[in-house]
Design a protein around this ligand. Structure first.
Ligand SMILES: Nc1nc2c(c(=O)[nH]1)N[C@@H](CN(C=O)c1ccc(C(=O)N[C@@H](CCC(=O)O)C(=O)O)cc1)CN2
Length: 288
């Protein structure tokens, strides 16, 4: 039984998409149709679902879709050619390369080829550098979605203590940077696989973000009663989807973002937001 308040990402994402649909209509009335490109390589089961969701969302708000799919044995040159084609395509306002890429590919080299002005994921080194320096730029979608989900549920961030479990490039690492900016001013403990006693760090936190990709890692006794918990990492098994947060946490936490319907829809809503913002900026940033 879950007694915690649900941080409902589907509901908040629906509000954001309604707001974006108005902004897209305004852009289109000026002859600007924002377009989101995606590059999907291989058959990673989650990636296919997530990319399909991204394009469904685009259709809902009036953003055009440009899909590129490559086989699992695509070469580095094939993937780089797809990126360069989207860089050059005027119909593409912003695009992403869905991660993870198959292990034979060099992810960093691919991300570095994305035109920073079209980087809808905020994962180009120049944009991550802008984030470190506190300069404006596209923000990584999942961390941005987490912060927006907390804000729209009036969960205090400034002055709060966060335990972020997992330091990956799409969630944990940029989230730590974003939470410690002057606009948020949270106190953040970053935990990873070599951290001793993650449970103790989690128990001390007002907000626990579980983004390690380790099924049911966060147990009920890891959470201070009343704390806020976000289940971000997903493990797919033949029995179904398992989150990083054990189901029993719902009886201890004050608020809980569930594994499905929590942060995932917010990630997609922030991707659309990054594309609309790029279209509104209308072209490459100076010094981009
Ligand atoms: N290029 C990127 N790759 C990846 C990112 C990213 O931000 N950019 N993040 C994650 C996965 N992710 C984004 O693509 C993502 C995760 C979850 C969802 C989502 O809609 N989840 C649904 C459940 C869907 C299901 O599993 O059935 C939900 O929570 O309701 C969307 C996007 C890794 N890769």
């Amino acid at each position: 039984m879950t007694t915690s308040v649900m941080l409902d990402g589907n509901a908040v994402a629906a509000d954001i998409k309604a707001e974006l649909a108005d902004r897209v209509a305004e852009l289109r009335s000026r002859g600007i149709t924002p377009g989101l490109g995606t590059v999907l390589v291989g058959d990673h089961p989650g990636s296919r679902v997530y990319v399909a969701g991204k394009h469904r969302d685009c259709a809902e708000v009036g953003i055009a879709s440009l899909r590129v799919e490559l086989p699992a044995d695509a070469t580095q040159a094939d993937v780089e050619a797809a990126v360069l084609a989207l860089d050059a395509d005027p119909a593409c306002t912003g695009f992403i390369v869905q991660l993870p890429l198959p292990p034979h590919l060099d992810t960093h080299a691919v991300l570095e080829l994305i035109d920073p002005a079209k980087d809808a994921d905020g994962l180009h080194p120049a944009n991550l550098g802008r984030l470190v320096l506190g300069m404006p730029g596209p923000l990584p979608c999942t961390p941005r979605g987490i912060i927006e989900l907390l804000r729209r549920h009036d969960v205090p961030i400034t002055g709060a203590t966060f335990c972020v479990i997992g330091c990956g490039i799409t969630v944990g690492r940029p989230l730590g940077l974003m939470l410690t900016r002057s606009s948020e001013h949270a106190t953040v403990t970053m935990c990873h696989e070599r951290t001793e006693d993650i449970a103790a760090h989690a128990r001390a936190a007002d907000v626990v973000v579980a983004a390690a990709g380790a099924a049911h890692l966060v147990r009920p006794d890891w959470v201070r009663p009343g704390a806020t918990v976000l289940s971000v990492g997903i493990t797919r098994t033949i029995e179904g989807v398992l989150g990083d947060v054990h189901p029993g946490v719902g009886e201890v936490a004050g608020r809980l973002a569930p594994t499905v319907g929590g942060v995932g829809p917010m990630t997609r809503a922030m991707l659309l937001t990054n594309v609309v913002e790029a279209a509104e900026r209308g072209g490459p940033r100076e010094g981009g």
